[in-house]
Structures are given as C-alpha cells and as structure tokens.
Design a protein around this ligand. Sequence first.
Ligand code: HEC
Length: 126
Amino acid sequence: MPKTIIITLFFFLLTSCSSQFTHDYESVRVDEIMENMEEPEWAIDRMFKNDMHQHPDLAKMIDRLSLETDNLITINHPDKAFNNFTNDLKLSLIEFKKSTHQSKGQLSQQWQQVKNSCRNCHEIYE
Ligand code: HEC
C-alpha cells in the first residue's frame, strides 16, 4: 500500500476515535457523578425513616447533592433537555435546603420534589 493511503487511513481512524472518546468521557463523568449522588440520597431516605430529619447532617447531605449537581452543570451536555433537567434538580435542591426547619410533612414533600427531578431525567437518559 502506498504511504499516503496508510497515512490517510491512520488519520481517518484517529479522528473517528477521538470523537468516540469525547462521548465516552462525558458518560464516564456522568456515571461518576451519579455514583456520588447515590450515598447522600440513600442517607436522606434513612434519615426520614428514622425521624432524624432535624439532624444537622441533613444539610451536609443536601450540600453533597448540590455539589454533584454543579459538577453535572459543568459537563455542559450537548442536549438542551439534559441541562434543563439538571437546572430543575438544582432548583429543587435549593427549595429543599430552605425547608430544613419545616415540619416533617412539608420537608418530606420537598424531598419528593428532589427525587422527582432525579426521576424525570432518568426516564429519558438513564
Ligand atoms: C440531568 C440528568 C440526570 C439527573 C437530574 C439525575 N441523574 Fe442519575 N443518572 C443519569 C444518567 C444519564 C445515568 C446513567 C449513567 C450511566 O450509568 O452511564 C444516571 C444513573 C444514576 C444512578 C446509577 C449509577 C450507576 O452507576 O449505575 C444513580 C444511583 C443515580 N443516577 C442517582 C441520581 C440521583 C440520586 C439523582 C438526584 C438527586 C439523579 N441521579 C439525578 C442522569 C441524571
């Protein structure tokens, strides 16, 4: 095979691999963020179950979810819908954090809002 064809093929391979790489990198990042969200979500569910929703750790767990949501925003996903779901989660976390002094019923309702924000995106993207 002439050298130019080999070189052309090589570059063709390289460019198709690199776009594949960008895509994979993005989903690895999302997966990583989701794994970090799993524990605080679990912990908050447990706190409600054990009437520990007034414990100061609740705010810490909300902050961890907010931090991971900020990481999700920095990915700047190519789909507008994905970013809308992320912003929706961010807003429901802010509302939830504001409600920490409220009654268990009201607070639990805000937590369900957060979980709905998780679910809405999962229904389309997971
Ligand atoms: C903007 C979209 C979006 C939002 C909002 C979102 N997720 Fe996800 N989540 C995903 C995607 C995409 C996957 C699949 C990731 C994968 O496995 O590659 C996923 C997967 C997961 C997984 C499974 C992870 C694994 O390794 O299999 C968990 C747990 C999870 N999400 C928790 C949450 C929690 C908790 C929230 C809300 C606090 C949330 N997610 C909100 C997009 C989202």
